[in-house]
Design a protein. Structure first.
Lengths: 529, 652
């Protein structure tokens, strides 16, 4: 037993808030939201504190806490944070209060806030768990509140979407469970103590001793679960339904946080536990990533429902992230991690904006909207910034991640990167086209009188837009906190399995001045002719 | 050492400050103060550029580079990119005309945008554009140049669709952005390849690595060709030129600043900056640049002959002139390319602003068939426009003559056919510009049908009654905020040739000045002064020939203009239509098929499986509810059972 208690506090604070809400008498319904906001805001503040206290030069897990839980089965309460999970925790801490502040449930507020806070605990637990069983439990915990959020507070087709979401993810996680158990049982023979363990760090050592074929099969069982969550083509079709039918806050969390469970899992459990299999299957995942980028964009272009369009854009963006992760080099993985945060901010913001429009116009059909920029210039301006971020405009956050991903991918598998870069063109196509149809033109009657953002809506957009700009101009604080952990991950992969991370030569030590000297040394004969 | 050069960061800082201040206070400042603030910021930026320029002159020729790094932008793994500025002769030359012409166009916009409800927003965009453009030229690495590159593209999008209630403007803005993105794909991939090859994106480090370790010609060629794709997008070269004519939907100052003087020259700048890599590429690579330029120049010139929209004529003329610059780059005449870029910035900005003044006076009408005889009514506009016309037509001693002549001379040195075709393009240029000037400012006024000119001149406030038939126009001269920039630019368009005179190497000022930035990659003319004189004479005869042919057709009506203005040319060689048709039917069908595939095959499989399971389930009478809860419960129970089994096993 021992270690820091800050992570358990972060994980369970929302749950405590949920319990408190459960105890609130029905007559005092007005305090429900303040309690939910306060709890999630306090959690968010704690994650910010965590970021500040995080030692940026340490690539190892920090603030760890390890307690034996079910000793006989090698299951422990093991949590910790490193540069890979840190910003996903912060993102979760940020998006939940924003989503809770921005959207009020139309009915059953009590249950709604309880589920939201349970969901937050689940998400934080997934990112911080360092024990496979613990991870799996949190991974499953996430499902239930999301199922109810979609099924109870969603739009017309919510039952279908919720069921689909649940079955898809369940299928994946059932396979993962089998893989986990197999891994723990088989790796037992290779561990130093000879005892079974689910401790991630111990497993990372013993898993490398597994026969190659076995490791590959287990890797695939993990990858399938995460591929559903990401989602990767062709297991993505739950996403447009779930995103579209979910209430606004649900879509924000779904896109902003839940999809990252998949990509995070690919890094933490794919690369870390199975370096050889990761490299072996990298071409497959690369291909699926590239298909996702182009396919998601093409299908997004043809959507008539604005929310569905944003949902399909996620398929494309997450394809980029998978591409970065399986580049297996510092640039690509860091780009992928950064893009997880960026996508959370931009797509979270897009879903909020689409939600604001829906509340006003009671439609998501692009064809029913026109000229909204005239009616709601502030909404349009914010939408423009977020859209440009999503398109990957340099100076805004999306670009840095996308560029690093593509640079890393190019170094690893250049032709895939060349094709993936074309996704940059398509992203501009579907978003600008949608913007034109919704915001440009002369507004007709129902659109002319649409009110602009109110102060509360403006307030929730401020941190999002602020971060979108900040991370585009100065991503260094994020990248430098990721880098030691990413390097440690790559070193681990190289050490245990002799994987060679595809990389480039060192930066040339030169400058214009030295170039002149060099030129001068060659003499004048070059100048002469 | 000298500290003036270290002020280079101030150059983009001024317009950025303008953006931030206007975003905070723009509406409160209102018209015209928002415009004055933005203009003042551009003025400040221009002064800062002058200071850096003076600082650079103070250095020895070979030491005229200073890199000022502000902070690390993207430090990830082996990739290390700074927010750093490179002050060298090339970047400062660019910055001088960008801020100078930019300040004038800002001033002009105060008058032009008078009364527009988006007045302060317009100046936010304009300042943001200037900031991006300056990042593009001053960035000390490819990625920062790309930041500016995409930034100007985004501003261009925002400004073309500035009057967004009109669908045509919105479409034009989107088209510009997407077409540019096609080019940007090339730029992106070029950067990846450069990063892989050199381990850096910084110009100094790339060139150093190039010099010390060399590079395979194939790699260098690939990088240059990819950059050419990017350059063709931004600088509207065939086949990515299609967005520029449509971009004229934006307010006219935008056309002058972005779509004539500055942004569209970015491709030429990029290729000039990368001259050391072009030098390492295979021989066909510069040839490709040259022929793309020539093809574009010639094609656009023929199209300009048949356009009736004053701004469309100028737009195609811009495409054509950019083609000249590409020819120069391809023939190694980097100095000539930059020289023409500068003179073009003066005379083309002047022509666009003049066109804006005419449109302003004609209440928004842009069709030159309804102009005529405006010289007396818009004296300053017409005088200055004539200066711009003579400059672009290549009549000595106006500036365009000198720069175009230099390009023609290099083209002659490269390839006689190339030179001949380029000369033909120059003659066409003189011809269509003469047509434009004659139809706009001279001849009978075609905006009054039955009335005589005298009446129109005399009247002030009469004719208020709404009548059928042609509208009654009162063409009028523009306010001083608009005419002052015209006068200044006209002066520059007349005399700017002096910055690079061909007579002796001493007066080849621009060439000497740019030398350090070109690393000895500037080509040399393979013939002496005698041939040069003959070539110049031919060029002059050609220009005058073009002008007189224009006069013959459009004043003396020797030939029916309809025979020249062929519909094929008027419709811009039908390139745009072909692209639109392709995108509209097979392209769209492919997109629709993919979407159907997603709905019916991928998702269909999912739903099919679901239905199958449900049927099987109901047949087995296990689950009659068909609700997700029972499935979920089943899975959950299964999972718990597995865990329990496992724990009990493990405990043994």
């Amino acid at each position: 037993m021992g270690g820091s208690t800050v992570l358990p506090v972060i994980i369970f604070l929302p749950l405590v808030g949920a319990a408190a809400i459960a105890l609130i008498a029905p007559s005092r319904a007005t305090v429900l939201k303040p309690v939910a906001v306060a709890t999630s805001a306090a959690t968010g503040a704690l994650t910010l504190w965590l970021m500040a206290a995080f030692d940026k030069n340490d690539g190892d897990f920090q603030f760890t806490q390890l307690t034996e839980w079910i000793g006989s089965a090698g299951i422990s309460w093991h949590v910790g944070v490193d540069g890979i999970s840190l910003f996903l925790v912060v993102l979760t801490g940020l998006l939940f209060p924003i989503a809770i502040v921005a959207c009020d449930p139309p009915h059953d507020a009590k249950a709604y806030y309880i589920w939201m806070l349970v969901l937050e605990t689940g998400c934080l637990g997934v990112f911080l768990a360092l024990d496979l069983v613990l991870f799996f439990l949190f991974f499953e915990v996430v499902l239930i509140p999301m199922y109810f959020l979609i099924g109870k507070w969603g739009h017309e087709n919510r039952k279908y979407a919720a069921t689909k979401f649940f079955l898809f993810t369940m299928l994946g996680s059932a396979l993962m469970l089998v893989g986990m158990l197999a891994l723990a049982l088989l790796a037992k023979d290779y561990s130093e103590t000879g005892e079974i363990t689910f401790n991630l760090i111990d497993l990372a050592q013993s898993a490398s001793e597994l026969p190659t074929i076995t490791a590959r099969w287990i890797f695939l069982s993990f990858v399938l679960a995460f591929a559903v969550k990401v989602p990767l083509f062709p297991v993505h079709t739950w996403l447009p339904d779930a995103h579209t039918e979910a209430p606004t806050a649900g879509s924000v969390i779904l896109a902003g946080v839940l999809l990252k469970l998949g990509t995070y899992g690919l890094v933490r459990f794919g690369l870390y536990l199975f370096p050889e299999a990761s490299q072996y299957f990298a071409p497959l995942l690369f291909t699926l990533g590239v298909i996702g980028i182009l396919y998601g964009a093409v299908v997004a272009t043809m959507q008539r429902d604005l929310k569905r369009l944003v949902a399909y854009s996620s398929v494309a963006h997450l394809g980029f992230i998978v591409l970065g992760i399986f580049s297996i080099n510092t640039e690509g993985i860091e780009g992928g991690l950064l893009q997880m945060v960026n996508h959370g901010l931009s797509t979270g913001a897009l879903f909020l904006l689409v939600g604001f429009i829906y509340e006003r116009r009671h439609t998501r059909q692009i064809s029913e909207m026109i000229g909204l920029q005239k009616a709601a210039p502030v909404l349009a301006a914010v939408f423009t910034v977020v859209m440009l971020s999503s398109v990957g405009l340099p100076g805004l956050n999306g670009f840095v991640g996308e560029f690093l991903i593509l640079a890393g991918a190019f170094v690893a598998h250049r032709w895939w990167a060349v094709v993936a870069a074309a996704g940059v063109i398509l992203a501009a196509l579907y978003l600008l086209w949608a913007y034109q149809r919704v915001f440009h033109g002369t507004p007709d009657d129902p659109n002319r009188s649409m009110p602009d953002l109110n102060w509360q809506e403006k307030l929730v957009m401020v941190p999002l837009v602020g971060l979108i700009v900040f991370l585009g101009v100065y991503p260094k604080p994020v990248i430098e906190r990721m880098e030691p952990s990413v390097n440690a991950l790559i070193e681990h992969m190289e050490e245990v399995e002799g994987i060679e991370s595809p990389t480039v030569g060192d930066r040339p030590e030169g400058s214009f001045e030295e170039l002149r000297k060099l030129k001068a040394d060659y003499g004048d004969e070059e100048e002469g002719h | 050492m000298s500290t003036l050069v270290d002020l280079v960061w101030l150059i983009p800082a001024f317009p950025l400050a303008g953006v931030l201040i206007l975003m905070a206070l723009g509406r409160r400042l209102g018209e015209p103060r928002a415009g004055w603030l933005a203009t003042a910021m551009m003025g400040g930026s221009f002064v800062a550029t002058l200071l850096v320029f003076i600082g650079l002159i103070g250095h020895e020729g070979d030491e005229r580079e200073t890199v000022v790094t502000l902070f690390e932008w993207v430090p990830a793994g082996k990739l290390a990119v700074d927010i750093g500025f490179l002050a060298d002769p090339l970047s400062i030359t660019m910055a001088l005309f960008v801020t100078g012409v930019g300040a004038l166009i800002h001033l002009y916009s105060i008058g032009y945008m008078h009364g527009d409800e988006g007045f302060s927003k317009f100046f936010i965009y304009l300042n943001l554009f200037a900031f991006s453009m300056l990042m593009l030229v001053l960035g000390d690495n490819l990625l920062l140049t790309f930041l500016g590159w995409e930034g100007v593209g985004a501003c261009s999008y925002l400004l073309i669709s500035f009057w967004f209630t009109d669908e045509a403007n919105a479409s034009a803005g989107k088209k510009a952005f997407v077409t540019n993105r096609v080019g940007d794909w090339g730029f992106l991939v070029a950067m990846f390849l450069a990063f892989l090859t050199f381990g850096s994106l910084q110009y100094g480090e790339i060139f150093y690595d190039l010099e010390s370790n060399g590079v395979a010609a194939g790699t260098a060629s690939a990088i240059v060709v990819l950059l050419l794709v990017g350059a063709a997008g931004k600088s509207a070269q065939f086949p990515l030129h299609v967005w520029l004519p449509d971009a004229m939907a934006g307010p006219t100052p935008v056309s002058a600043l972005i779509h004539a003087a500055t942004m569209v020259t970015a491709g030429v700048y990029l290729l000039t900056r990368m001259s050391p890599i072009i030098a390492e590429a295979h021989g066909w690579v510069p040839d490709l640049i040259m022929w793309v330029g020539l093809g574009t120049a010639l094609m656009a010139a023929t199209i300009a002959v048949a356009q009736n929209d004053i701004k469309k004529v100028l737009a195609y003329s811009t495409v054509s002139q950019l083609g000249f610059m590409f020819v120069a780059v391809g023939s190694g005449a980097y100095v000539a390319a930059i020289f023409h870029m500068v003179t073009h910035a003066f005379f083309k900005a002047l022509l666009f602003l003049g066109a804006g003044s005419v449109i302003h006076g004609m209440d928004g009408d842009q069709d030159i068939r309804r102009y005529g005889g405006l010289a007396r009514l818009l004296p300053i506009t017409s005088m200055t426009f004539v200066a711009g016309w003579l400059a672009i037509a290549g009549v000595p001693p106006f500036s365009g003559f000198w720069s175009k002549d230099e390009i023609l001379a290099y083209a002659y040195g490269e390839n006689k056919v190339l030179w001949l075709l380029l000369l033909a393009t120059a003659i066409l240029t003189a011809f269509y510009m003469t047509r434009l000037v004659l139809m706009t400012f001279f001849g009978p006024p075609r905006w009054v049908e039955a009335e005589t000119q005298v009446e129109v001149e005399a009247d002030e406030e009469a004719e208020s009654a709404v009548e059928t038939g042609p509208p009654h126009r009162h063409p009028h001269e523009s306010p001083w905020t608009m005419t002052i920039p015209l006068v200044v630019l006209a002066g520059l368009a007349m005399v700017a040739g002096v910055i690079n005179l061909p007579f002796a190497s001493d007066v080849h000022f621009l060439g000497n000045w740019l030398k350090p930035s070109l690393f000895g990659n500037e080509g040399h003319l393979p013939f002496g002064g005698g041939t040069q004189w003959v070539l110049a004479l031919v060029a002059i005869v050609g220009s005058l020939g073009g002008v007189s042919a224009g006069a013959a057709v459009y004043i003396r009506r020797r030939i029916d203009p309809a025979r020249i203005e062929h519909p094929f040319l008027a419709r811009a060689w039908r390139i745009d239509e072909t692209v639109t048709d392709f995108m509209g039917s097979p392209g769209r069908r492919a997109f629709e098929r993919t979407t159907q595939f997603d709905e019916q095959v991928v998702d269909g499989a999912v739903n099919g499986t679901g239905t199958l399971i449900r049927r099987a389930g109901s047949r087995l009478r296990v689950s009659q509810s068909g609700l997700v809860r029972s499935y979920a419960l089943g899975i959950a129970i299964g999972a718990v059972a597995m865990l329990a089994w496992f724990i009990s096993r493990a405990g043994l």
